[in-house]
Design a protein around this ligand. Structure first.
Ligand code: RAM
Length: 928
C-alpha cells in the first residue's frame, strides 16, 4: 500500500513556487498523501540549495534541517543562512513514516525579491502631460475624460546568450509590462491594492524566455486603478496622490558569460499615448483600435514621434496622524516601502459563455451569462474602421428586458471599443472590471454570435478548497452562490460588492464570511496580505477601520467622524488573525499583529470604563440590514450597544486564548479578566429571569449564546427564547449581517439543529432560498433586494453580489456535512467529524482541502440505517461522532466498530457515539 503515498502541495508562505518574496524566514509546508490507514509522519528533513543540481546531489549550501523527529508538516520556518536579494532557493522535503519508509518530494523553489531600497537602481518615470494635450483632439472625439493610459518603451542590447532574466516592477497606477511584443504575465491589476500611504507592492517575474541575444524592447502600459481612479463612492479621483501615474521597473539579465545587463526605467525611456483612451475601475474603458501602433513593444520601432519619459521623485510614506482626536495625515520624506506581494495575483480564473442573447430596444443586444460575476467581456468581431461598439454591464434586467443599471449608482460600467477595420479583431479591457450577469452590446447591425462573446471571471487566484452537495437542489445552488459571492468579491481585498461605486474592503463583511471563505478556497495568503492592510489602517488611538485599505473621506479617515471603530466591523482586526490561527495553524500572523490587536483592546477599555461598549461607536451599523422584526424603534439603539458589548467580550476572549497560545501569561490573565468584566456588565444590563434577554431580537440571543456571555444554567432557556422568536416570525429568520453568521451554528450547538434545517430549507421571504427560487446566482446584499410584491429595493443600496448573508456556507460544511475544526489542534491537524442530518435531506457530503490534506465527510440516510463515510488525511486524526442511540451496534466497514484495531470508542453523549480515528477512509453504519 505504501506505493500510493507521496508528498504533494509544496508551499512557501502558502504559495506555490513564489518568486520575489521578502520573508527572510519563509515557512514551508507540504501534504503527506497516503491511502494507508494510520499513515503518519514521524520525522522530516528539509534541504535547501541554490541550484537544482546541488539539491539533487544533497549539497545543501543554504539549509539542511537534519532529521527532525516531528509530525509537523506546515509552517516549518526556514532556518538556514541569511537570505539576500535575488537568491534562488530550491528545496525538497523527505519524511519518514510510521513504518520507517522514506518519502521524498519533488523539488520546490522560491526566490527572494529586492530586499533593500538600494537594490532599486532605476528611477520612477512619468509622462509630460503635454502628451495628452497633444492628443486632445483625438481624445475629445471619443468624449474622453482624463485618465488616459500611457505607453512607455525602451530598446536595449543583450550581447550574448541569456542564462536568467528577472523583471521587478511597480507603479503608482496599474501596469501591463511587455517584452519583445509579448505580455510578461497574465496577472491583472499590478500592483494590487494596499494602503498606498504606507506601502506599495512590487512584483517579480521570471522573463528568461522573453529576453534574447541581440536587440530587445521592454514596454509597459500604465493606467489608473486604485491609485488614481475612482474609489468607493468618492466623487474625486486620485485618492492617494495625484492623477499623474508613474512606474518603476528593473530588468536584470544574467548572461552565460557571467556578466549582467540591467535595464531600468529612467529619462531614456520614451512615451506616447496609445489605443486606450480612458480607463477606470468604476467607469470602464474606452479603446480606439485605430490608434494602435504596430510594433510599439518590439525592437526596431520608430519612436521618433514619442516624447522623453520624465523622471519623478519616488513616493513617500504618509504618517497616520488621522486619529480619532486628530484627523490629519502628513507626508514624510521617508520613501514608501516597496514590499513583495504576499498573496496570489488577480487573474482570469474562468471563462463563461453566454447562454442566450435577445434584442431589447433599438439595436441593443442583451447577452445573459447565466451567472452574476466580476470580470469583463472579451469580444471577437469585424466591421468597418471607426465602428463604435458599446458594452454596458448590469446584474439584472428590467421587466421589459432592458438592462437594469440603477443599482450601480455612479459606476458607469461602460466599455467602448472602436474598430480599426482590419478583419477579425479580438478585444478585452486592460484596467477595469465590472460586476454583472448581463451585457448590453450596441453599435453593431447584427448581434454577435454567442461564441464571439466571452465572459472572463477575474479574481485573486486563490486555490480551490471545498466542495459541497446534498439532496436538495436549491441548497446546492445556495452553496454555489456563496462560492460565486467569493469569486466576485475576493479581488485583491475582500470587497463588499464588485458592481456599484463602492467595492471596498468592508471589515464586517470579511469577518462574517471568513470561515465560509476558508472552506471554499485556500485564502491563507489572501488574508495574510489583507491583515496588513487592516493594520496599516489602524489609527493613532488604536481604532481599527471599518474598511481596509482605508478610505480617505476628505480628511476624516476613521475614528468618530469617519469609517472606524464600528462594532462587528473594526473587530475583524482581532477575528482575522484568530481565524488564521484556528484554520491554518498560523502563529506568525498573530505574533506580527499582536501589538495592533492589544492597542485596539486598550482603546475599547479606555473609552468604555463601565464594561458596556457604548462610547465612540463610529458609524455603528448594528445588525446591518436585518429585517424590521429586529429593528423596532424600541430596541434599535439598545440593540446596537448590546451588539457592540458582545463583540468586545468576544475580542477579549479571543485575546485571552491567543495570549495563552503565545505564552504571554500576564496578558492572558488581563484579557480573561476583561472578558469576565464585560460579560458581567452584559448580564447585569440585559439578562432577565429565565434566560430571557431584555432586548429581544434573534441576534441578541445569538450573540449572547455564540460568544458565551450567559451563565451555563440559562443557556438552554435562552436558546428556547431564540427559537420562540423564530417561531413568532412563522419560522423565519430576521437577522442582518451580524446575526446571520451565528444563526444556524448556534441553533445547532444548542440542540436545535432541526430549526436550523427548517430555516435552511425555507423558500418564502425572508430566507436564504427566496433569492435562489427567484433566480439568484450569487448572494444578495439584502433579504429583500427583490421581492415578488415590491420588485427591486431602492437602488441607492442594493447589490446582487454581496457575500455576507452567504455566511451560512460555513454551517453547510461545518455542521450539516460535519467537518469541524478542533481548536486545541489548529490547522485541522486533529479535527471533528460530526454531521447534523436535518430536515428531509437524504444525504449531504463535503470535502475540504485543509493545510494537512483533503478531509471528506459524506452521510446518507438509507431505509434501514445511516451511513457515514469519512476520509481522514494522512498525518492527521479525527474524532468521528456518529449519530445513533446508545444501544445501537455501530459497524465500520461492515464489522463491529468496537472490535476494529484502528478506532477507539471515546463515549456516547446520548445522541452521538464518538470514536478516535487515525488517518484513512472509513465507512460507519449501524447493524441492520
Ligand atoms: C454598505 C454595504 C457593506 C456594509 C456597509 C456597512 O456599504 O452593505 O456591505 O458593510 O454598508
Amino acid at each position: 500500500m505504501s506505493d500510493t503515498s507521496r508528498l504533494t502541495h509544496l508551499r512557501c508562505e502558502y504559495l506555490k513556487n513564489p518568486l520575489g518574496i521578502d520573508e527572510l524566514q519563509p515557512r514551508l509546508s507540504w501534504i503527506f498523501e497516503s491511502s494507508r490507514r494510520g499513515a503518519r509522519q514521524v520525522a522530516y528533513r528539509v534541504i535547501v540549495a541554490s541550484t537544482p543540481e546541488q539539491l539533487a546531489a544533497g549539497d545543501t549550501d543554504m539549509w539542511d534541517s537534519g532529521r527532525v523527529e516531528s509530525d509537523q508538516s506546515s509552517h516549518i520556518e526556514y532556518d538556514g543562512t541569511r537570505r539576500r536579494s535575488r537568491d534562488v532557493c530550491y528545496w525538497q522535503v523527505s519524511i519518514w513514516d510510521e513504518l520507517g519508509n522514506v518519502l521524498t518530494s519533488e523539488p520546490g523553489v522560491w526566490t527572494m525579491g529586492l530586499l533593500k531600497q538600494q537594490d532599486w537602481v532605476g528611477k520612477w518615470i512619468t509622462y509630460d502631460p503635454k502628451i495628452i494635450e497633444r492628443d486632445a483632439e483625438a481624445l475629445q472625439a471619443t468624449e474622453l475624460q482624463p485618465g488616459t493610459p500611457v505607453l512607455f518603451r525602451r530598446s536595449f542590447e543583450v550581447p550574448s546568450i541569456v542564462r536568467r532574466a528577472t523583471l521587478y516592477a511597480t507603479a503608482r497606477g496599474l501596469i501591463e509590462p511587455r517584452l519583445n511584443g509579448q505580455a510578461v504575465t497574465d496577472d491583472k491589476f499590478i500592483p494590487e491594492w494596499t494602503d498606498y500611504h504606507k506601502r506599495l507592492h512590487y512584483r517579480t517575474f521570471d522573463v528568461t524566455n522573453h529576453v534574447l541575444q541581440g536587440e530587445n524592447a521592454l514596454a509597459v502600459t500604465l493606467g489608473d486603478g486604485w491609485w488614481s481612479g475612482y474609489i468607493g463612492w468618492q466623487e474625486t479621483r486620485a485618492p492617494y496622490g495625484t492623477m499623474q501615474n508613474s512606474v518603476q521597473m528593473q530588468l536584470e539579465v544574467e548572461l552565460e558569460t557571467g556578466k549582467f545587463v540591467q535595464i531600468s526605467t529612467d529619462h531614456n525611456w520614451k512615451c506616447d499615448t496609445g489605443p486606450i483612451l480612458f480607463s477606470d475601475f468604476m467607469m470602464g474603458e474606452t479603446y480606439d483600435a485605430r490608434r494602435e501602433q504596430a510594433g510599439w513593444d518590439l525592437p526596431g520601432f520608430d519612436e521618433s514621434r514619442w516624447l522623453d519619459a520624465v523622471e519623478t521623485p519616488p513616493p513617500c510614506e504618509r504618517i497616520p496622524e488621522f486619529g480619532f482626536s486628530n484627523n490629519q495625515k502628513r507626508e514624510t520624506n521617508q520613501p514608501l516601502p516597496l514590499v513583495a506581494q504576499p498573496s496570489e495575483p488577480v487573474r482570469v480564473v474562468e471563462a463563461l459563455a453566454p447562454m442566450s442573447v435577445h434584442t431589447a430596444a433599438r439595436d441593443a443586444c442583451i447577452y445573459d451569462f447565466g451567472q452574476n460575476f466580476a470580470g469583463y467581456v472579451e469580444i471577437t468581431l469585424s466591421g468597418p474602421a471607426g465602428t463604435r461598439v458599446q458594452l454596458r454591464h448590469g446584474e439584472r434586467l428590467n421587466p421589459d428586458g432592458t438592462l437594469y443599471t440603477e443599482n450601480l449608482r455612479r459606476a458607469k460600467a461602460t466599455d467602448v471599443y472602436i474598430l480599426k477595420g482590419e478583419g477579425t479583431e479580438v478585444w478585452r479591457p486592460s484596467f477595469t472590471f465590472h460586476g454583472f450577469q448581463y451585457l448590453e452590446l450596441t453599435g453593431l447591425n447584427e448581434p454577435l454570435p454567442l461564441a464571439q462573446v466571452r465572459g472572463c471571471v477575474v479574481m485573486s487566484a486563490t486555490p480551490s478548497g471545498g466542495d459541497f452537495e446534498c439532496s436538495h437542489p436549491l441548497v446546492n445552488r445556495l452553496w454555489k452562490n456563496t462560492m460565486w459571492g467569493q469569486k466576485g468579491n475576493f479581488l485583491s481585498v475582500p470587497t463588499d460588492c464588485p458592481q456599484r461605486d463602492e467595492r471596498l474592503g468592508w471589515m464586517g463583511d470579511a469577518q462574517i464570511f471568513m470561515r465560509t471563505a476558508t472552506y471554499n478556497m485556500d485564502v491563507a495568503a489572501f488574508f495574510t496580505k489583507w491583515m496588513t492592510d487592516v493594520a496599516d489602517s489602524q489609527d493613532v488611538d488604536g481604532i481599527f477601520p471599518d474598511v481596509a485599505p482605508r478610505l480617505d473621506e476628505g480628511g476624516n479617515f476613521i475614528g468618530l467622524d469617519g469609517l472606524g471603530g464600528g462594532a462587528g466591523w473594526a473587530d475583524a482586526g482581532v477575528i482575522v488573525p484568530w481565524t488564521m490561527w484556528r484554520v491554518y495553524g498560523d502563529r506568525r500572523i498573530v505574533e506580527r499583529h499582536w501589538q495592533s490587536m492589544v492597542r485596539w483592546l486598550d482603546w475599547l477599555e479606555r473609552t468604555n470604563p463601565e464594561g458596556i461598549r457604548c462610547n465612540h461607536l463610529g458609524n455603528n451599523y448594528g445588525d446591518w440590514l436585518c429585517i424590521p422584526a429586529d429593528t423596532t424603534f424600541r430596541t434599535h439603539s439598545e440593540m446596537k450597544t448590546l451588539l457592540a458589548t458582545a463583540y468586545w467580550a468576544h475580542d477579549a476572549s479571543i485575546m485571552a486564548e491567543l495570549a495563552q497560545m503565545l505564552g504571554r501569561t500576564t496578558e492572558a490573565e488581563r484579557f480573561e479578566e476583561m472578558e469576565a468584566c464585560v460579560r458581567d456588565a452584559f448580564q447585569d444590563k440585559w439578562l432577565a429571569e429565565g434566560g430571557r434577554l431584555v432586548v429581544e431580537t434573534q441576534t441578541a440571543y445569538l450573540l449572547a449564546l455564540a460568544f458565551d456571555l450567559l451563565p451555563e444554567h440559562v443557556r438552554g432557556q435562552a436558546a428556547e427564547h431564540l427559537v420562540r422568536l423564530i417561531a413568532k416570525e412563522g419560522w423565519h429568520l430576521s437577522t442582518g449581517f451580524i446575526g446571520i453568521k451565528e444563526l444556524n451554528p448556534t441553533l445547532t450547538l444548542t440542540g436545535h439543529a432541526d430549526v436550523a434545517g427548517r430555516l435552511l430549507c425555507n423558500e418564502d421571504y425572508p430566507s436564504w432560498l427566496y433569492p435562489v427560487v427567484h433566480g439568484a446566482t450569487t448572494i444578495w446584499e439584502r433579504w429583500n433586494g427583490w421581492t415578488a410584491e415590491e420588485g427591486f429595493f431602492d437602488p441607492q443600496m442594493n447589490s446582487f453580489n454581496h457575500y455576507s448573508l452567504g455566511s451560512v456556507g460555513e454551517w453547510l460544511y461545518r455542521h450539516l456535512a460535519g467537518i469541524e475544526l478542533d481548536p486545541a489542534h489548529p490547522g485541522f491537524k486533529r479535527f471533528v467529524i460530526k454531521p447534523y442530518p436535518t430536515g428531509d435531506l437524504e444525504y449531504a457530503r463535503a470535502s475540504y482541502r485543509s493545510i494537512h490534506g483533503t478531509i471528506e465527510s459524506s452521510w446518507q440516510r438509507l431505509e434501514d440505517r445511516f451511513k457515514l463515510n469519512v476520509r481522514i488525511p494522512a498525518n492527521t486524526e479525527a474524532t468521528v461522532c456518529y449519530p445513533c442511540p446508545p444501544e445501537a451496534a455501530v459497524l465500520e466497514g461492515g464489522l463491529p466498530a468496537n472490535e476494529s484495531k484502528w478506532i477507539r470508542m471515546l463515549g456516547h453523549d446520548g445522541q452521538y457515539v464518538a470514536f478516535s480515528v487515525p488517518s484513512g477512509t472509513y465507512e460507519f453504519s449501524t447493524a441492520d
